[in-house]
Write a protein that binds this ligand. Structure first.
Ligand code: LER
Ligand code: MN
Length: 280
């Protein structure tokens, strides 16, 4: 049985408590939060979750030029590691199970140093945050991003090689179907190769709309997620179809990502999961 969660990033500037109430209305089990601990009040979030019978599932780490795991500036690398450690502490305080990790700033598509050097910085960083996460009972999910958002880990096979080198039980890989639709020849096959390393899942359609509103066939993907024995969260990370996603979200927002996509996403997945159970 999957548990379902939704990334509140798509809700823009709406107060978190309203997003949590919406997720409860549409049958979700959890909420996925954006990793900005300084802007989030643990007590208020816990109270809203309690009120609606939800839990915190996961926290996504947002990497910027000021917190880049493979920056050539050691102070920036340190800030990035401390940022993820802070997300792990925030996750532990909220009872969330997973924190995401990607070893470059978002939208940085050109390396700043030799690849082997950046890879080593990333491995060392993942070991440090992995050790801290292990002590806190949290898991780190290494997320490949598509070529327009990063250059270091774009595909599942690279993420698998990375976490195998990191070699920490608290560090696994994650699958985001939006990125995978761009980079993987076969999304389901890539998930099968990740196997037991699969630690977190972001579902979004090919255009980052709710599943069912683009051209990804989610049936083989959900079959693969089931077959590898994954029992974690299915999270919807849906974002507006715009080059300046952050600008849209902090401005007028994207109304369809509220009620319409929140309902459509979980309904679409639950139908496929139920159909798969019937035919098997
Ligand atoms: C984060 O989960 C992600 O997938 C990135 O594309 C966000 O920029
Ligand atoms: Mn994602």
């Amino acid at each position: 049985m999957f548990r379902y969660t939704y990334n509140t990033l798509a809700y823009g500037r709406e107060p978190l408590a309203e997003g949590i109430a919406r997720l409860a209305r549409y049958g979700y089990d959890g909420v996925e939060l954006v990793g900005e601990p300084a802007e989030q009040d643990v007590g208020q979030i816990r109270a809203a979750l309690h009120r609606h019978g939800l839990v915190a599932s996961s926290i996504i780490s947002i990497f910027t030029p000021e917190r880049d795991i493979v920056s050539t500036d050691p102070a920036v690398r340190r800030r990035a590691v401390d940022y993820v450690r802070g997300n792990v502490d925030h996750a532990a305080a909220l009872g969330a199970e997973v924190v995401t990790f990607t070893p470059t700033a978002c939208m940085k598509i050109v390396p700043g140093a030799e690849r082997v050097r950046e890879w080593q910085w990333a491995v060392e960083a993942a070991r440090e945050v992995g050790d801290h996460a292990g002590e806190c009972g949290v898991r780190i999910a290494v997320e490949p991003w598509n070529r327009y958002e990063t250059y270091l880990i774009n595909r599942m096979d690279q993420a698998v090689a990375f976490v195998d080198e990191v070699a920490r039980p608290s560090v696994g890989v994650m699958a985001d179907t939006f990125h995978m639709a761009i980079e993987e020849p076969d999304i389901a096959a890539a998930i099968r190769r990740a196997g037991a390393r699969l630690t977190h899942v972001h579902l979004a359609d090919s255009n980052r709309a709710a599943p069912g509103y683009g051209h990804i066939d989610f049936r083989p993907i959900l079959a693969a997620i089931t077959d590898v024995g994954y029992d974690g969260w299915i999270s919807y990370e849906l974002l507006p179809a715009a080059g300046d996603v952050w600008g849209v979200l902090s401005g007028a927002g994207a109304p369809e990502f509220g009620d319409a996509y929140t309902e459509a996403a979980i309904t679409h997945t639950k139908k496929i999961v139920s159909d798969l159970r019937t035919v098997r």
